[in-house]
Structures are given as C-alpha cells and as structure tokens.
Design a protein. Structure first.
Length: 225
C-alpha cells in the first residue's frame, strides 16, 4: 500500500502540542518564510528550530536569518561523486545535526535532495508537491516541470498535495490536497502562481492538523480525527 510503514507509530502527537520543526530548503525558501510568518502571527502552533539548506548562498538562507531563525548549510555536492549522491551519508550527517534539538516534524520546503530511511525511522517528515498526486510525481517532477506536464496532459485541474515521506519520490501517505482549475490560456508560469497560492494556505493548515493531535496513519492511509 502507498507509503505503508511511514510515518512510524508514535511519531505523530496524539494530543495538541507546539510542534518543533526542522525545515529543509534548497532555494528561495518561500515555503519556509510563509510558515515562519504564520507562526509569528499566531496562526500556526509550531516553532522552527532549524533551517537546513542543501545549497549555500541561496535566498532562503537570508529569509530565515532576517526572521531570526538558525540556519545550517549541508551541501549536497559534498556528498556527490561521479554524479552519484551518497544518500546514506548525507542522511547520517543531517541526523547528527538535528539530534540535539526538540523536533516533532521534518518539513520539506522546496528541498531538492533525497532523504534516506534512517531519518524517516526517527522522525515524521512532510512534503508539499505542486500537483495532485499520484499524477505528475516521481523523479524529475519538480517546479515548472510539473506544471509543464499538467498542461501537456491536457488536465482540467491541478493543485497541490501535502504528503508524508517514505523512501520513494512523491509516494508517501497523502494528508491533504487542494485543487485549482487549469485555464485554457494557462502557461506554466500562470498555473504555478495559482498552485503556489493554494500551497501557501494548505501547508500550514496541514501542519496545524498535526499540531492539534488530529492526524493518524493506519496501514498507509491518513485519518483526520
């Protein structure tokens, strides 16, 4: 079954709590900034303990720092040899970085790197994908590639999907989706704007459900109680 086994039993709170988050980024960090601003405004019961970027000198680091958030760069390229990425070693170092922190949830915000099962065995991890999974997911399906695929397929609607991570790309249990129409004159840019607007609302709402202790996962299926 899709995503069976993740998140692990006991990784999600059974009662309301202020969630400790680690946010993983690779670029502009707009998703991270949106979450930080919702938290600061009192609209999301969470705190961002750390922002980890897989690339240095990206705008997301500056966005985090202007909000007073601690940041670390863990460069993917340092764990890549002959175009082969050492997922296990990268994940091990990431685990060591966040082990001293009080963390309830790993949140991906445009993170362009694979995560190994060692992290998922320890923490629940959440991602948002700019399409209605299971359509238009998998390796290579990110950013404008997704919107181009939606338009090429002639889909009447697109949207975004919040899902838990498992070891496969865009495969874990789905927590929430939001749909947007695809218009006849859409380009990848105009469709992206509409999807991103939906993402800004859906991601904090989904994390808020976890903070409220309302999310359960049973045999790969998400239940909101």
């Amino acid at each position: 079954m899709n995503g069976a086994g993740y998140p692990r039993p006991g990784q999600l709170p059974a009662e309301p709590r202020t969630l400790g988050l680690v946010v993983l980024i690779s670029g502009g960090g707009t998703t991270m900034a949106n979450l930080a601003d919702r938290i600061a405004a009192g609209h999301l019961d969470a705190r961002i303990e750390l922002v980890v970027s897989s690339r240095d000198r990206v705008a997301g680091l500056a966005r985090a720092q202007t909000r007073g958030l601690p940041t670390i760069v863990l460069p993917r390229r340092a764990y890549t040899r002959d175009d082969v990425f050492d997922v296990a070693s990268y994940t091990e170092v990431l685990l060591r970085m966040i082990a001293p922190l009080s963390i309830d949830l790993i949140v991906l915000g445009g993170f362009m790197s694979q995560i190994g099962p060692a992290l998922l065995d320890r923490y629940a991890a959440l991602n948002i994908h700019p399409a209605l999974l299971p359509r238009h997911g998998g390796p290579g399906m990110y950013g404008h590639h997704v919107h181009e695929a939606v338009l090429a397929a002639g889909d009447a609607e697109s949207g975004c999907t919040v899902h838990f991570l498992d070891p496969d790309y865009d495969h874990g249990p789905i927590l929430a989706q939001r749909r947007v129409p695809v218009l006849l004159d859409d380009t990848p840019d105009t469709l992206a704007e509409r999807v991103q607007e939906a993402e800004r609302e859906l991601y904090p709402e989904a994390i808020g459900l976890i903070a409220a202790g309302r999310v359960r996962v049973d045999a790969g299926r998400v239940l909101v109680v």
